[in-house]
Write a protein that binds this ligand. Structure first.
Ligand code: AMP
Ligand code: ZN
Length: 484
């Protein structure tokens, strides 16, 4: 299997550290706001990575963290803690904010068919370990204390810049002169920050009350659960610098060889611009309501993870049509062969080999999907030939093929993914039926009935809107007490 390693900027043969096992750490969300569709790209991709390794017979330990402290609004060492800020705005405890958006995130992931990580460590639950690494770096002469804060001394770490390949000048980008404060070098970054009066999230430390720097949690928690050396570290392209550069410096500085392969997914753009929470992006929850999880998942997997992918109504629509063709072929074979059968002479062996080659070439999901389309074309051609006595056996093999690769590896067919979509279709149908009844009542000028239907739907959280093109509906929060 070949994977593209950001550290070496080339495709390399993947050899796990310990035969038969693979340890993966992926930087997870800062749980302070609604996820947008861009936030789903990485988790969906890594869910497939994980499933592919499992399919290939490896035992995977997949660790993905949740940041609930230490991530400041300017992404560097100044500004307000993102959670504390949200807590202030929503009048909640910071940990209530964390809990709320933790579940928003994982509910959305479940709908996308993303399996829960094996371990979801939280930064606030690993303060002791973060203090220990800070202490080790101080003792090793790679960090210094200034007035209750501890900074990593970048000039003392020769390899700083090895991942991002930034030279010292470029490493200063983003550090604003006015906020460099008490650092010796603007490139230095906080391992531990002194908590000013009024800072809510604070813990005692040898240097006084404070809180950990954002980068530290990942060096600490990945090695705690995967070992000092582990196989794969993943994240979005925007995390290469400074976040991952700092993670490497901290971990290696503390004597841990750290991750061997670094995988970074590219951005999902919207109208050519990176989707970001700060720019009023597309809320994942709304898209899930409208399109269902499978369609979005399929759409995200339709681009290779290292390419930019632009999100638009048209491209999503095209993906949905494609997915429907695959589902139709799957429905046809499932009707003929309710149980999958794979015989010695598997007619799908060549297609399986192509799928496998695509996945083993740096997880080329668009090519793997193209193989599924070829398979569905073959299936349609074969099954449409009437009187083909080989059909049931062939259909069983086709079902085995789709179950194995489209359902279990890509997660875009059958199982839970399918039922989410089926529910959406069912709901669509029911709302359309009820709204047609309301339309008829209006035409009869029976406004009492039409208004009653509209109000009852509103109570259930379905808003009807009369537009020149007809009645449209939208689902939101239930509006009030549901009577009856
Ligand atoms: P943020 O929403 O900026 O807090 O980012 C949280 C995570 O989502 C990080 O791992 C980012 O790399 C990733 N991410 C944010 N925006 C995008 C995007 N438009 N496309 C892909 N990944 C993104
Ligand atoms: Zn991280």
């Amino acid at each position: 299997m070949q994977v593209y390693n950001t550290l070496t900027r080339q495709k390399e043969t993947f050899v796990p550290l310990s035969e038969g096992h693979v340890g993966i750490y992926v930087c997870g969300p800062t749980v302070y706001s609604e996820p947008h569709i861009g936030n789903a790209r990485g988790p969906v991709f890594f869910d497939v990575v994980r499933r592919w390794f499992t399919h290939e017979g490896l035992r995977v330990r997949y660790v993905s963290n949740v940041t609930d402290v230490g991530h400041l609004t300017d992404d560097a060492d100044e500004g307000e803690d993102k959670l504390a800020k949200r807590a202030r705005l929503e009048q909640l405890e910071p940990m209530e904010v964390a809990e709320k958006y933790f579940w928003r995130y994982f509910d959305a992931m479940a709908r996308l068919g993303v399996r829960r990580p094996d371990i979801i460590p939280r930064a606030s639950g690993h303060i002791t370990e973060q203090l220990a690494m800070t202490q080790m770096l101080l003792e090793g002469g790679l960090a210094y204390e200034r007035d209750g804060s501890v900074y990593f001394d970048v000039s003392a770490w020769r390899d700083y810049g090895e991942l991002s390949r930034r030279n010292p000048d470029e490493q200063q980008e983003g550090t604003r002169v006015e906020v460099r404060g008490d650092k010796d070098d603007p490139r230095d970054f906080a391992l531990w920050k002194r908590a000013e009066a009024g800072h809510i999230m604070r813990w005692p430390s040898p240097w006084g009350d404070g809180y950990p720097g954002w980068h530290l949690e990942c060096s600490v928690m990945s090695t705690k659960y995967l070992g000092d050396t582990f196989d794969i570290h993943g994240g979005g392209l925007d995390l290469i610098f400074p976040h991952h550069e700092c993670e490497i410096a901290q971990a290696r500085g503390a004597g841990k060889p750290f991750a061997r392969y670094w995988l970074h997914w590219n951005f999902l753009t919207f109208g050519g611009e990176k989707m970001a929470k700060s720019k009023g992006s597309l809320a994942l929850s709304e898209l899930l309501e409208e399109h269902g999880g499978v369609a979005l998942r399929f759409h995200l997997l339709g681009a290779h993870y290292r390419s930019v992918s632009d999100f638009s109504d048209e491209s999503l629509h095209a993906s949905k049509q494609g997915l429907r063709r695959l589902h139709d072929a799957y429905a046809a074979v499932s009707k003929l062969a309710p149980t999958a059968t794979q015989s010695q002479n598997d007619p799908f062996a060549p297609l399986r080999a192509r799928f496998e080659a695509a996945m083993n070439d740096d997880f080329n999901t668009p090519q793997a999907i193209a193989v599924l389309f070829d398979a569905s074309r073959e299936v349609n051609a074969k099954l449409s030939r009437a009187g083909d006595t080989g059909a049931p056996a062939y259909a069983g093999a086709a079902k085995a093929f789709f179950d194995d690769l489209a359902r279990d590896v890509l997660g875009i067919m059958g199982g839970q993914a399918q039922s989410v979509q089926d529910d959406t279709a069912l709901l669509d149908g029911l709302v359309e039926l009820v709204s047609a009844q309301r339309q008829e009542a209006r035409l009869r000028r029976d406004f009492a009935t039409s208004d009653a239907i509209r109000d009852r739907l509103a109570e259930l959280g379905v808003a009807l809107e009369d537009t020149p093109e007809g009645v449209r509906w939208k689902r939101g929060e239930p509006k009030g007490k549901v009577s009856g």
